[in-house]
Ligand binder design. Structure first.
Ligand SMILES: [Zn+2]
Length: 375
């Protein structure tokens, strides 16, 4: 019995049984929201398109910072601390500053934070790879790969293998994600019902059964934290210079306030950003509905692409430029045919050939119109 008790390294910091029930939803939602919020923030405010590509990495760095802060202050990662679960090794257990112990805590917290960040980061990265794979698969086979290779047969084998892998990724990704999600909810339900000592697959893998703090231990935790804060404040007040004393105390109080409320603020921020997104999306939908009811004019017929050998074939994806076969950059319409290309691609093409590349209708630079979709 004693050996089991001493091997329990994660504890619910409440003697009641409700914490892991809250945990089931919150942990997942929070991890995702945090990462998505940070990533879209990074993508919006990135100074260059190059930096925008690293939005997931920036989000991971921010999530790492907040998780590390939470692990060192609360003994649990952001998601864990929010529902009062903590790692026993990381809780304050001593009143004097034992250097060796402090360093060990730091190490353990870093590992835990990395584990908490790696999951959502890989999740988002794989989702991005899948999106890119979908784009590549939507291109016609002759345009998808690099066809400049001299060995034609080796090239087909390689491109076929590549297409196979991409298709496998696109098909398997949602299934694996659903499976992992269901597994997670199921193991948390089992834990809550006292059928298992492990709350998640991660806990089970690292053999970390989850226990609960007794009310006495819980109170002792809070007393230790208050004592540590009082000590810091006393040290700040012992400073000989008055402005320095005042500044240090103000800094410490701000820090305590941030520690006490950072999770609430973070959650509010994440939920707020998500709600704004939904708000704007529903607004756009309403506008589209209103437009539909206003008139029932049928759309004009699409211009016919030329079957001539020199004409560019239309890619399957509307996102792809018929000339360069990449995602359209600065979408630009050739008004005589109505087809949309990259600004650069169509400008160069019209100057060189004086025709629409798809329909071969005669065109001049006057027909080139950049599209501005409300931005
Ligand atoms: Zn292009």
């Amino acid at each position: 019995m004693d050996s089991i008790a001493s091997s329990v390294r994660i504890v619910a910091r409440t003697p009641r049984n409700i914490a892991p029930i809250l945990d089931a939803g919150t942990a997942q939602v929070l991890k995702r929201l945090m990462h998505e919020t940070f990533a879209s923030f990074a993508a919006t405010f990135a100074p260059t398109p190059g930096a925008r590509r690293f939005s997931h990495e920036i989000a991971a760095a921010l999530a790492l910072y907040f998780n590390l802060l939470s692990l060192l202050r609360e003994g649990g990662a952001v998601g864990e601390a929010l529902y009062w679960v903590a790692r026993k090794d990381l809780l304050l257990t001593t009143t004097n500053g034992d250097e060796e112990r402090r360093r060990r805590r730091g190490r353990l917290a870093l590992v835990a934070a990395l584990v908490h960040v790696a999951g959502p980061y890989l999740d988002n990265k794989v989702a991005q790879l899948r999106e890119d794979a979908e784009l590549v698969l939507s291109l016609p086979p002759d345009e998808a790969g690099d066809s400049s290779s001299s060995s034609a047969t080796a090239n087909t084998v390689a491109s076929r293998a590549r297409a196979f892998l991409l298709r496998a990724l696109v098909r398997a990704h949602p299934v694996v994600k659903l499976g992992l999600g269901l597994q997670d909810v199921w193991s948390r339900i089992r834990f809550t019902a006292n059928l298992s000592r492990f709350a998640t697959l991660e806990h089970w893998l690292v053999e970390m059964p989850v226990g609960r703090l007794t009310p006495a231990e819980w109170n002792a935790q809070n007393r230790l934290r208050e004592a540590a804060r009082a000590r810091w404040l006393a040290r700040a007040r012992a400073s000989p210079s008055a402005p320095r004393r005042w500044a240090l105390a103000a800094l410490l109080r701000t820090r305590f306030l941030a520690e006490d409320y950072n999770k609430v603020a973070l959650l509010a921020l994440a939920v707020g950003c998500k709600s704004l997104e939904w708000w704007y999306n529903s607004g756009e939908e309403a506008a589209r509905e209103a437009l539909k009811t206003r008139s029932n004019l049928p759309p004009p017929p699409a211009p016919t692409p030329s079957s001539h050998a020199s004409a560019k074939k239309l890619p399957r994806s509307s996102q792809v430029c018929p000339i360069c076969r990449q995602r359209k950059e600065d979408p630009t319409c050739l008004t005589c045919s109505g087809y949309v290309f990259c600004y650069n691609c169509i400008m160069v093409h019209v100057k060189a050939h004086g025709k629409c590349p798809v329909t071969l209708i005669r065109a001049t630079e006057e027909h080139v119109r950049r599209l501005y979709l409300n931005s």
